[in-house]
Unconditional design. Structure first.
Length: 261
């Protein structure tokens, strides 16, 4: 059984997510894409995002606002920031670069917060242990679930209709590994069903995404989180098929793993 501690962590993180002003952030950052260069390791925000928002073992929970997070990050990285600005933004003001990084990091943070909600929900609802670290994240693994079979990597798969070729870079280095693409959409089941009804192509794909959406929940501010049924279905799948290996696509997860609500 999941611990009371894990349930408290989930509730605290959901409280944080519920109070994000997504509309204000969207208006402020939506059009700003001025700092898109590859960041040096010293400016990667992942370690700090994990430090401040992934706290499954703590007794007291405090998650800083995005503004507080970014202010702390900026003050902590002034030296590598100066080198980065001199290299790419000579003649630009610090304010210009700061706003560009804010917008970029906000988009990263939303993605990471989504991953973390899956992890908090897993810990509160499931028995199999889960591990999440920035070191795994940079390899393309959002979480690692320890099963009796192969280690199972989790990768949150945002809704897309583009064809994506190529094997996961982490899998290429592993001879015995299982990677699950966990599908995630911001659209409602009703929106996706209407698209399926109008579609001349991709009707089945829209219906699969609609099935996924029924295992997600939209908070009042618009943030989309995972229902307990989602992680329970995945855990049941892993327990019933311990000899699986390789990549399990999001389509298979939607079609075979997620049960009808």
């Amino acid at each position: 059984m999941a611990s009371t501690q894990a349930q408290r962590a989930l509730e605290a993180f959901e409280h944080f997510l519920k109070h994000l002003d997504l509309d204000a952030y969207q208006k402020k950052y939506r059009l700003i894409k001025t700092v898109e260069q590859d960041l040096p390791k010293e400016l990667n925000p992942l370690p700090e995002l994990y430090e401040h928002y992934w706290k499954p073992g703590e007794k007291a929970f405090h998650f800083p606002s995005f503004e507080d997070f970014f202010n702390r990050w900026w003050e902590k990285h002034l030296k590598p920031l100066d080198e980065f600005i001199r290299k790419y933004f000579w003649g630009c003001s610090y304010e210009f670069v700061r706003l560009g990084l804010e917008a970029r990091f906000y988009r990263t943070a939303v993605s990471i917060w989504t991953q973390f909600h899956f992890c908090y929900r897993w810990n509160a609802s499931c028995e199999l242990p889960l591990e999440a670290t920035p070191e795994l994240d940079v390899k393309g693994i959002d979480a690692l679930i320890l099963t009796s079979g192969y280690p199972t990597g989790i990768q949150i798969k945002k809704e897309t209709y583009r064809s994506e070729a190529g094997e996961n870079r982490f899998l290429r280095r592993q001879s015995s590994f299982l990677l699950l693409e966990v599908p995630y959409t911001l659209q409602t089941p009703e929106e996706l069903k209407r698209k399926a009804e109008r579609a001349k192509t991709r009707k089945e794909t829209y219906l699969l995404w609609a099935k996924v959406a029924r295992h997600l929940e939209r908070l009042d501010n618009g943030f989309v989180i995972f229902r307990e049924s989602y992680v329970k279905d995945i855990e049941a799948f892993l327990k019933s098929a311990p000899t699986l290996s390789g990549l399990i696509s999001w389509e298979r997860i939607a079609r075979e793993v997620l049960t009808a609500p």
